[in-house]
Design a protein around this ligand. Sequence first.
Ligand SMILES: *[C@@H]1O[C@H](CO)[C@@H](O)[C@H](O)[C@H]1NC(C)=O
Ligand SMILES: *[C@@H]1O[C@H](CO)[C@@H](O)[C@H](O)[C@H]1NC(C)=O
Ligand SMILES: *[C@@H]1O[C@H](CO)[C@@H](O)[C@H](O)[C@H]1NC(C)=O
Length: 179
Amino acid sequence: MAPKLKLLLHFLLAMQLVSEAPSLVEFKNIKCEAVDTEFCTFDYCHLKSVNRTYKYISLRAKMLKLPITDAKVNAALYQRLNGYKPFLYNITVDCCKFFKNQKSSPVASFIYDSFKGFSNLNHSCPYNHDMVLDKLSAASVNHRVTNILPFPEGEYMLNFNWISHGSIRAVLKVYFALT
Ligand SMILES: *[C@@H]1O[C@H](CO)[C@@H](O)[C@H](O)[C@H]1NC(C)=O
Ligand SMILES: *[C@@H]1O[C@H](CO)[C@@H](O)[C@H](O)[C@H]1NC(C)=O
Ligand SMILES: *[C@@H]1O[C@H](CO)[C@@H](O)[C@H](O)[C@H]1NC(C)=O
């Protein structure tokens, strides 16, 4: 089967398991690495605990080579066993194309939907500004994805490689637990 079709089937199957496994996302950590500091640097990148139930992640990437006309992101999910092992999803999306037609990638659309209200990454190329993710809380992610993630309880990491003109410019890792 073509890998894309297989991934889509996986995803549709996952959607079907709705409500069988209610799960809660809890953010554990976030790491931002500017691989190419001539391309971008991070003003901040943190997980903040306001109290036991309210934690949020925020980041600001300062973009140094504007305008950005070529942007791809590779998103891969890892599950923590002994060390983080690739788990189920590994997709690469052309952001410029995706934001022109969000139906072009259901998996990317699902990921994007969970944080779109909190970021300024909401239009297609060219990008002429810094990238901001502002106070994305687990509660707001849960609000959208609870009951949809059919994954087993455990610890996960979502790794995003931000690619422009064929090179990885920045890496974002979001660590979370499903309980
Ligand atoms: C946690 O902080 C948020 C935001 O300040 C507040 O709305 C909420 O009531 C607090 N929860 C607890 C358990 O203190
Ligand atoms: C995901 O796919 C990309 C491109 O095919 C590959 O380079 C990368 O190693 C893969 N990552 C994982 C975690 O499998
Ligand atoms: C994108 O988000 C910014 C900041 O939240 C908002 O001002 C702008 O209108 C949005 N643009 C689109 C195309 O939705």
